[in-house]
Design a protein around this ligand. Structure first.
Ligand code: T3D
Length: 259
């Protein structure tokens, strides 16, 4: 039996999903894409999961599409993007729980897109980043054209996409591609610690916060203000808001997600 291409490990409220095809630098073949989508759908339904970490096994985060997978040419590539990659990116962006990419090594092509679709990126100081699509005569996909300019600005995004140059972690942090860089040996523990803090947050507010910020990218100011008012109405009614106020008044840490 072929080994599972994705590992799922849950500790308390933190689910860690590990892309696990290290011999192919965790390249995305049909099996890995299907397993990742299924895991994200399960995580969306599972109330015990309150934060997700996405990382890679071995020396890579993800080298993008598995270039050895046969049959992916012409119209089949467009189909693959629509039917397999786009649902994955939407599942990450629409998951109403914080998702942390722990980028442990190279993130290239659609592997970079996966990291960009996560909410927070923490990188090992040895990680590298490339919009590798152009190297194989393809264009950025899997949400890269949407996320990358929003993170680093249009000029940097065009530079990365057109040159396909490999950036190191320090450069990625300087231009805003990743939020945090940590020593490689500490990545797993630092990611677990940050994910633990995220998982201790108010679950409804976390999900609505994500919805507000991503949704506002395609709204004008007036519409965004109205969405904020609607989401705040929902958050304001939640037991977590009452708990947050009680904890503040009683000068104690809040215990969210118990109501
Ligand atoms: O097609 C569609 O469906 C459309 C969607 C496209 C989305 C995309 O992601 S297009 C971009 C695809 N990705 C790439 O072009 C990156 C290809 N890989 C590389 O350029 C290099 O491997 C890296 C720069 C990422 C790392 O280089 P290096 O020197 O550290 O490692 P390596 O020796 O090249 O690779 C190690 C092994 O991983 C090697 O296997 P081997 O020879 O030891 O058996 C290599 O073939 C394999 N590998 C690396 N990337 C992929 C891969 N195998 C399959 N697919 C890969 N993408």
């Amino acid at each position: 039996m072929a080994p599972a291409p994705l590992r799922s490990d849950q500790v308390d409220h933190v689910l860690t999903l590990t892309l696990d095809r290290p011999d192919a630098l965790n390249a995305l073949d049909a099996g890995l894409k299907a397993a990742l989508l299924a895991a994200l759908k399960t995580a969306a339904r599972d109330r015990s999961v309150r934060a997700v970490v996405l990382t890679g096994a071995g020396r890579a985060f993800c080298a993008g599409q598995d270039l050895r997978e046969t049959g992916l040419t012409g119209a089949a590539i467009g189909r693959e993007v629509r039917e397999r990659y786009n649902p994955l990116i939407l599942a990450l962006a629409r998951l109403e729980k914080p998702v942390l990419a722990a980028v442990n090594g190279v993130a290239a092509g659609a592997g970079l897109s996966l990291a960009l679709a996560c909410d927070i990126r923490m990188a090992a100081d040895t990680a590298t980043f490339s919009c590798a699509f152009g190297r194989v005569g393809l264009v950025p996909d899997s949400g890269l054209s949407w996320f990358l300019p929003r993170l680093v600005g249009l000029g940097r995004a065009l530079e990365m996409a057109l040159t396909t140059e490999m950036l190191d972690a320090a450069t990625a942090a300087r231009i805003g591609l990743v939020g945090r860089v940590v020593p490689a040996a500490d990545l797993a523990s630092e990611a677990a610690a940050l994910a633990g803090r995220l998982a201790a947050g108010a679950p409804l507010a976390m999900g609505l916060t994500k919805r507000a910020l991503l949704g506002a990218q395609s709204l004008d100011l007036e519409a965004a203000l109205e969405v904020e008012a609607q989401l705040q109405t929902a958050a304001g009614r939640s037991p977590d808001h009452a708990e947050g106020i009680a904890a503040f008044t009683e000068k104690r840490p809040a215990r969210f997600g118990e109501g």
